[in-house]
Design a protein around this ligand. Structure first.
Ligand code: FES
Length: 84
């Protein structure tokens, strides 16, 4: 099982789940959901290695592992703490 944490809330998901659903439930705003607009950007406070590698869209936006598009990455396992 994997967990997405934000402040005092947490969402438990299956390993290798998309980040979109738990992030949406935690209040992250979404718009395009296809890696273009940057609306769903979150800072990764802990657990950046528990996410999949950066997508081409994230690289094009100049992101690194500490800042991700939550519509573009998956959580492999373990805990990931976000801030937005
Ligand atoms: S919602 Fe537009 S980049 Fe994720």
């Amino acid at each position: 099982m994997a967990k997405v944490l934000y402040e005092d809330q947490e969402k438990v998901v299956e390993d290798n789940s998309e980040m979109k659903k738990p992030c949406e439930e935690l209040g992250v705003p979404f718009a395009c959901s296809s890696g273009i607009c940057g609306t769903c950007t979150v800072d990764i406070v802990e657990g950046e290695d528990n996410l999949t590698e950066l997508s081409e869209m994230e690289e094009d936006l100049g992101m690194d592992k500490s800042q991700r598009l939550s519509c573009q990455c998956k959580i492999k396992s373990g805990d990931v703490r976000i801030r937005f």
